[in-house]
Design a protein around this ligand. Structure first.
Ligand code: NDP
Length: 295
C-alpha cells in the first residue's frame, strides 16, 4: 500500500500546469505526486507505460482528478517524444507553468572499462542522455538518451507566457571530485553550467531556472544499472555518518520537496540560477580533511 505524508506547501500550484520528465518511477514519480497533491495538472512521461499508469494512480490517490494527469509515453531522445510532451500538454491543459527536467541515467561501461579508456561514443551517449539534444542515431542505440536542452527550448515560449519556472535535476556528482566512471560526472557538471547560463538568460523573459543536486537517493537508479544486490551493498556501506552525515540515504520525498519549493514563485522567487545540494551532508565530507581532523 502506497503511503505518503501530505505536505501542502501553499496554494500556489492550484491550477498550475507542470511537466515532470522521468516520472514513471523514482524522484520524478514522487515529484509528480506532490504537484498533483498540491492541485497542479501534470504531464508525466517516460518509456514504461505500466509504470506511468501506476504514477497516475498514485497521483489520483493523492487528490488529483483523472483528467488532470496526462501521460506521454516515449524515449526523450526522440524529437517526436519531446514535441508530443509540449504539444499535448498545451492541448490538454492550455498552458505550461513548470518544467522539471528530471530524466537522467548513468551508463556504466559494459566491458568494465574505467576513466579515459571508456570509448568516445559512451561519453557522447551520456552527454545526450543527461543534457543534449536528439542523438544522431535517433534513439536506436542500446544507450538511453534524453534531452534537457532541446525540451527546454520547446518549453520556453510557453513558460515565458506564464512567467514560469524550470528545475533541472543534476547531482552532487557535478562537484569536482574523483570518480572511476566520470563521464556521468562530466554530464552533470554540464547540467549545472546549463542551469547557470539559462538562468541568466531566461530571467529576462521572466522564467526562473534552478537545479536540485541530489546525493545518494534510494530509487531504481542503481538497480537499473548495477542490479539489486549492488544497490543493497551500497546502501549498507553508505548509511553511516562517515559517508552520509545524517546516517541514511535520501528518500525521494527529500528531493521532491525541494523541487516543489524551487518551482513555487511564492516561496522562492528571489532564488535564480542556484544549484541546491540535497544530500544529507555527504558533500561536506572531504576524506583528507576528515583524516587530518583527528589531530
Ligand atoms: P530512476 O532510474 O529511478 O528513474 C529515472 C527516470 O528517468 C525514469 O522515470 C525513466 O523512465 C526516465 N528516463 C531515463 N531515460 C529515459 C529516456 N531515454 N527517455 C525517457 N525517460 C527516461 O532514477 P532517479 O529517480 O534516481 O533519478 C532521477 C534523476 O535524479 C536523474 O537525473 C538522476 O541522474 C538524478 N540523480 C539521482 C540520484 C540517485 O541516487 N538516485 C543521485 C543524484 C542524481 P522510463 O524507465 O520509464 O523510461
Amino acid at each position: 500500500m502506497y503511503q505518503a505524508a501530505t505536505t501542502v506547501i501553499s496554494s500556489f500550484f492550484n491550477g498550475k500546469v507542470v511537466i515532470v520528465t522521468g516520472s514513471s518511477v523514482g524522484i520524478g514519480r514522487e515529484t509528480a505526486r506532490r504537484f498533483a497533491e498540491n492541485g497542479a495538472k501534470v504531464t508525466i512521461t517516460g518509456r514504461n507505460i505500466a509504470a506511468l499508469q501506476e504514477t497516475e494512480k498514485i497521483c489520483i490517490r493523492s487528490g488529483s482528478k483523472k483528467g488532470d494527469i496526462h501521460i506521454v509515453v516515449g524515449d526523450l531522445n526522440l524529437k517526436e517524444t519531446q514535441e508530443s510532451i509540449i504539444k499535448e500538454t498545451i492541448e490538454n491543459f492550455g498552458k505550461l507553468d513548470v518544467l522539471v527536467n528530471n530524466a537522467g541515467a548513468m551508463i556504466p561501461n559494459m566491458e568494465g572499462k574505467r576513466g579515459i579508456d571508456i570509448p568516445d561514443e559512451e561519453l557522447r551517449a551520456v552527454m545526450d542522455n543527461n543534457l543534449f539534444t536528439c542523438s544522431s542515431d535517433n534513439g536506436q542505440s542500446r544507450l538511453p538518451n534524453c534531452s534537457m536542452v532541446s525540451l527546454t527550448r520547446l518549453a520556453v515560449p510557453h513558460l515565458e507566457t506564464t512567467k514560469g519556472a524550470i528545475v533541472n535535476v543534476s547531482s552532487i556528482a557535478a562537484q569536482p571530485h574523483l570518480s572511476k566512471d566520470f563521464y556521468y560526472n562530466i554530464s552533470k557538471a554540464a547540467v549545472d553550467q546549463l542551469t547557470t547560463q539559462l538562468a541568466g538568460n531566461l530571467i529576462l523573459k521572466g522564467i526562473r531556472v534552478n537545479s536540485v543536486n541530489p546525493g545518494a537517493t534510494s530509487t531504481e537508479f542503481v538497480t537499473r544499472h548495477a542490479g539489486e544486490e549492488v544497490k543493497q551493498q551500497l546502501k549498507a556501506a553508505w548509511e553511516t555518518p562517515d559517508i552520509i552525515p545524517i546516517g541514511r540515504m535520501g528518500k525521494v520525498e527529500d528531493i521532491a520537496k525541494v523541487i516543489l519549493f524551487l518551482s513555487d514563485r511564492s516561496q522562492s522567487e528571489f532564488i535564480i540560477g542556484q544549484h541546491i545540494i540535497v544530500d544529507g551532508g555527504s558533500s561536506l565530507l572531504n576524506n583528507l580533511m576528515c583524516a587530518i581532523s583527528v589531530f
